[in-house]
Write a protein that binds this ligand. Structure first.
Ligand code: ATP
Length: 364
């Protein structure tokens, strides 16, 4: 468990933060300039804060009072930077092997080969970074961080330079690393989709302070405050009841009602976290016509909030708060007001479970 409790000034910027990151992936989210990278660098030992403490699994890495300053190279951290930062004059293999010098344990060639395999970079070993695509570079950078056999992995927006196809290619690798290596990961990101899919825990930062930390649903879900530049969404906790094999669908029940998911890895009885982007929800008043959207939840409008040209509508669906986003024009045309009964419609495809959350939720 990483524990950070610090105060630090950087020019005019004041940081005062206390947070922890345990097993699994902890996402550090927040608007640009809120202090995420600074916090990651403090955890890594690249910045020494003015006051406070940093510890990992009970070992003190930094303590201003006791004058303990463990240098970065002795913290056994694998750091993946936004832009990868591979050594341009070395081949992929040399980049990876360079990281092995930092290992405190003997090299296990079989484990290394598995990692190369897992990241799908075996065919790239003799190439130099200039001959790699963006996605390949990211995979090698992640591999290099893991090759040092780190006790903690810090990733600062490792996918931000990639388009959505390349991101989709890397996300499963990150999931595997999260679930199989058991190395705690501190993951800085703006992207709701990544956080929704990867995070076991979310720490939300704004203006140099921690505004919330905990389960992703509790920090980012429903009507709760969210960093301004993150896509609004709802997280629901649901239990899989059965599959509709012919239709490639899976049915789940949550407090808000029944939902249809794209068939993934989850099996009946599994608890999954379901992510619904607010802009994927269509709001209806009265009996909607014959629509193709499979999912329909019913609820009462709790509140309307104007945000950046659109309206966020929070809806109470049997005690579960669901967030929808509509244009100002639609909100006015529909005459939306608090207390009004509405239907929420969305396609099955707009739900992301992949069954991947199951593995986390099934953990002891
Ligand atoms: N060396 C420095 N000297 C003075 N101020 C700095 C320095 N480095 C960063 N800052 C300021 O500290 C604040 C926090 O920066 P930081 O990079 O931690 O934010 P961030 O949340 O990671 O942002 P982004 O998402 O844009 O990467 C910003 O206001 C930034 O301008």
């Amino acid at each position: 468990m990483l524990e950070v409790d610090i105060r630090h000034a950087q020019g005019d910027f004041r940081l005062e933060a206390s947070f922890s990151a345990g097993e699994g992936l902890t996402a550090l989210v927040g608007p640009s300039g809120s202090g995420k990278t600074t916090l990651a660098n403090i955890a890594a030992g690249l910045i020494w804060p003015e006051v406070g403490r940093v510890s990992f699994n009970g070992e003190t890495w930094f303590d201003s009072e006791r004058k303990i300053f463990l240098p970065a190279e002795r913290r056994r951290i694998g750091y993946v930077f936004q832009e990868g930062r591979l050594f341009p004059h070395m081949t992929v293999k040399q980049n990876l092997h360079y990281a092995r010098h930092f290992r405190p344990v003997r090299t296990d060639e079989a484990a290394d080969a598995r990692l190369v395999d897992l990241l799908g970079i075996g065919h790239l070993l003799d190439r130099r970074p200039a001959g790699l695509s963006g996605g390949e570079k990211s995979r090698v950078a992640i591999g290099r961080a893991l090759f040092s056999a780190p006790s903690l992995l810090i990733m600062d927006e490792p996918l931000s330079a990639l388009d959505s196809a390349r991101k989709a290619e890397i996300l499963p690798h990150l999931e595997y690393i999260r679930d199989e290596t058991r190395i705690p990961i501190l993951y800085v990101s703006h992207a709701m989709e990544e956080v929704a899919r990867l995070a076991n825990r979310v720490v939300s930062v704004a203006g140099g302070r921690i505004v919330a930390q905990g389960e992703p649903g509790a920090v980012l879900g429903g009507a709760r405050p969210m960093p301004d530049d993150m896509e609004p969404a709802t997280f629901l906790s649901a239990t899989i009841t059965h599959h509709l094999d012919d239709e490639g669908l899976t049915v789940a029940e949550c407090r808000a009602g029944r939902i249809y998911l794209k068939r993934g890895l989850a099996e009946p009885g599994d608890r999954v976290r379901v992510f619904i982007a607010a802009q994927d929800i269509i709001l209806g008043i009265g009996e909607p016509g014959n629509l193709s959207a499979l999912n329909r939840l019913e609820g009462l409008v709790l509140a309307l909030q104007e945000r950046a040209g659109s309206v966020w509508v929070t809806v109470d669906c049997s005690g579960e708060v669901v967030l929808a986003q509509v244009t100002r024009h639609s909100a006015a045309r529909m005459g939306l007001t608090a207390g009004q009964p509405v239907s929420l419609l969305f396609k099955s495809v707009s739900i992301d479970t992949q069954g991947l959350f199951r593995r986390y939720e099934a953990r002891p």
